[in-house]
Unconditional design. Structure first.
Length: 99
């Protein structure tokens, strides 16, 4: 990997770290229920797969924050039910089906 490409990847990681820190500071629910390093690694992986470094660099800070926040919300939603008993999961699934 070229040095400049490596630097660009490092800048991507730093930018995502800053956004995640901001989101977690603004909404303690994210900070409480999501692991900072895990979510940063996950977001970096998603953006690496979906966009080139050049495309990533064109994303505005507001748009990046919005995208990260939505992805983090989905990850948070995925955690719902991890501690449910089978009975609680059945109730939850029935409630979702009614919507």
């Amino acid at each position: 990997m070229l040095s400049s490409e490596l630097n660009q990847k490092e800048l991507m990681v730093k930018r995502i770290e800053q956004v995640v820190s901001t989101i977690m500071a603004e909404d303690p629910l994210f900070a409480r229920d999501l692991d900072y390093l895990t979510i940063v690694e996950y977001l970096v992986s998603i953006f690496n797969q979906a966009l080139s470094v050049e495309e990533f660099n064109t994303i505005s800070d507001a748009s990046l924050k919005n995208r990260c926040s939505k992805i983090m919300a989905v990850q948070l939603l995925a955690k719902i039910g991890e501690d449910f008993t089978p009975e609680q999961m059945t109730i939850f699934e029935e409630a979702i089906k009614r919507k």
